[in-house]
Design a protein around this ligand. Sequence first.
Ligand code: AN0
Ligand code: CP
Length: 311
Amino acid sequence: MKKYTNIYDIDNIPEMIQEAIQLKEKPFAYKNLGTNKTLVMLFFNASLRTRLSTEKAAKNLGMEVMVLNVNDAWDLEFEDGTIMNFNTSEHVKEAAQVISQYSNIIAVRAFPSLIDKEKDASELILNSFIKYATVPIVNMESATMHPLQSLADAITIEELKMTKKPKVVLSWAPHPKALPQAVANSFVAMMKNIDVDFSITHPKGYELNPEITMNVSIHYNQKEALKDADFVYTKNWSSYTDYGKVISEDIDWMMTKDKLNGAKFMHCLPVRRNVVVEDAVLDSEASVVIQQANNRTYAAQIVLKKILENL
Ligand code: AN0
Ligand code: CP
């Protein structure tokens, strides 16, 4: 594998999921693969799981890890040809080449502005690192995608499914702050590429990018959508059409034990209790969010392993 910036970098998704499950059984089996190799992780935004699970994954493979919270470094410029006489101190052209000399793989987390739709869609930060770095890039959640999360989600479904083709529903939930569409986008893309019966439910106005949801059935009636579901992935995202806006905080869309009706509850975390989902769900056997978060390690580890094998 040359990079992991979206799920389409994976050749064979079902095989990748199986290999991740094998790594989970023997996490130190490839302890020598990463000897004398360094992962640099760049964070433009906060993280708990991605930061720790990716570091753990790298260490399981014997790699060294260095982390930079980019806000502690110089303000980076991403536009070409700018006269840099204002806030930005260093261009990504230099920064990416310099960091590449200190590392064998660079992982980047950079959320969207949620203000400028075209700019977010252009993935300027992620793509600048892909363009100017001289080592492979891993996406730790960019403006529009979170492919490490959706790989962990697919691993979790594979581990827990009771039928060959489980019914999986992505259900929008309310949230007081405007959140990215990235987790939902990557989850949709992943579900289209594994053997599940997949649908989405959200209020009108929360349609995701139609290029991503093409051929997926979308329901505005949550109750109908959730009928006979095996897995319910609950997640908030801000409006894509009325870009970056919170157009509804309707608490009726919160996930409850009643609505789940026996299905497994999934969420990428962090989650706001009693806004996105009620306590009764998170504190019950129906919730698999802790297992999902654990699988972040093996998702990252299989990705790093494939990249290391190709260095
Ligand atoms: C982020 C999001 O929704 O994209 C990160 C989730 C992994 N969530 C928040 O900012 C709460
Ligand atoms: N799910 C996830 O990516 O969590 P963090 O934002 O804490 O990394």
